[in-house]
Design a protein around this ligand. Structure first.
Ligand code: ZN
Length: 218
């Protein structure tokens, strides 16, 4: 049985000690109430009829608590901070970063949904460092979410923070609450979009961004 060893491997990858450079890991001063979280997870195990004191489950509450702290770390992050560093550029054509992978937690079932975000904008004299778009996605996705709101939040943040002429956000994701429970439809993909400014009002701008996102792969 590898049940004793496997969790230790997971522990190593989740506590961040093996990869201190990754800022998406929970930081030491996490504002999450870990003892409370551990008690709750122990309670879940007991409630479903398990024995939280059996050997294989002894460290599970602590491990799961740290996992939740990581998955919900966006709650303690202010996504607007990632929009502070902008550069003045005359460029006023579409900027698109596509295939920004993310994983989030469906707030209705606390099950993960994961997929890709595509973010495009038309600058209005200010451009953002490209990695910052991914930071915004990370910040917004690492909290209890619904995909529709997440899509809108990203678009709103960029529109207000960048003063862009247009913002387009397309998010596509698989929801495990639809694939492993409930209607159980593996392979189903949920696609949401939020269009602001020129992408909303101008048909050709909208067509251009959709072509850039999907053109060569549909
Ligand atoms: Zn759900």
């Amino acid at each position: 049985m590898s049940t004793v060893e496997k969790p230790q491997v997971e522990t190593g990858t989740m506590d961040g000690e093996d990869d201190p450079g990754d800022l998406s890991r929970p930081q030491p001063a996490s504002p999450v109430d870990m003892p409370r979280l551990e008690r709750a997870i122990r309670e879940i195990l007991a409630a479903v009829g398990e024995d939280p004191d059996r050997e294989g489950l002894l460290e599970t509450p602590n491990r799961v608590a740290r996992m939740y702290a990581e998955l919900f770390s966006g709650l303690h992050d202010e996504p607007r901070e990632h929009l502070q560093k902008v550069f003045t550029e005359k460029y006023d054509e579409v900027v698109l970063v596509r295939d920004i992978s993310f994983n989030s937690m469906c707030e209705h079932h606390l099950l993960p949904f994961m997929g890709k975000a595509h973010i495009g904008y038309i600058p209005n004299g200010k451009v953002l460092g490209l990695s910052k778009l991914a930071r915004v996605v990370e910040s917004v996705s690492r909290r209890p979410q619904v995909q529709e709101r997440m899509t809108e939040e990203i678009a709103h943040l960029l529109e207000s923070g960048l003063d862009a002429k247009g913002v387009a956000v397309v998010v596509e994701a698989t929801h495990t609450c639809m694939t492993i429970r409930g209607v159980r439809k593996p392979g189903s993909l949920c696609v949401t979009s939020a269009m602001k400014g020129l992408f909303r009002t101008n048909q050709s701008s909208r067509a251009e961004i959709m072509q850039l996102i999907y053109g060569d792969r549909r």
